[in-house]
Design a protein around this ligand. Structure first.
Ligand SMILES: [Zn+2]
Length: 190
């Protein structure tokens, strides 16, 4: 299967962030901003950059946003803007690569250290019925979509995630307990 198109990444992030009410919790244009950013990673298909390498590697999609998360939690004493921003950024960038894992060309996750390509080495599950009909039950794309959605879950519980990460530095067990209670409350909200 040929690679996911850039527009798909835009739509995935836009729909998810609107569903997670990021436009209400953060800034009304935030879903649009992150959706464009998710699409932006695919410019490494052009300009002589390494396709699915230059911007799809672990350093751009995980290490860089993690550094921002670390900086936000170290320096933003009051307020949550940068804490929330960096967590969304991490989830959005990382989920882009997770989505790309189901399609070709392979993701060069360790670029520029290594040119090795990573793909979901699985063809899916599509049993052939007695009638000869092929029942397409699970495809690699739907699996990578599921993994990407899982990586985006902290965005649904953005305040709770920030609260947890802030508190766990002192009392990890208590923080986990309180966060669980906050999430339970939130899920029951009308
Ligand atoms: Zn991509």
């Amino acid at each position: 299967m040929l690679g996911l198109d850039a527009l798909f990444h835009f739509e995935f992030v836009l729909i998810f962030l609107l569903a997670a009410r990021v436009h209400i919790k953060h800034h009304f244009l935030a879903p649009l901003f992150f959706a464009v950013l998710a699409m932006f990673l695919d410019i490494d298909h052009f300009f002589g950059l390494s396709t699915r390498g230059s911007l799809h590697n672990v350093f751009v999609t995980i290490v860089f946003p993690l550094i921002l998360v670390g900086l936000a939690f170290s320096f933003e004493k009051k307020g949550v803007f940068w804490k929330q921003f960096s967590i969304i950024l991490l989830a959005v960038l990382f989920s882009h690569t997770l989505l790309d894992l189901s399609t070709n060309p392979a993701v060069k996750f360790l670029w520029p250290v290594s040119d090795a390509g990573f793909t979901l080495a699985w063809t899916g599950y599509a049993p052939v019925l007695a009638s000869g009909y092929v029942l397409n039950l699970v495809s690699p794309l739907s699996i990578s979509l599921l993994i990407a959605i899982t990586a985006m879950i902290p965005i649904i519980f953005l305040e709770e995630t920030v609260d947890f990460m802030w508190k766990k530095q002192e009392t990890p067990k208590q923080a986990a307990k309180e966060t669980f209670e906050e999430i339970r409350q939130k899920l029951r909200e009308p």
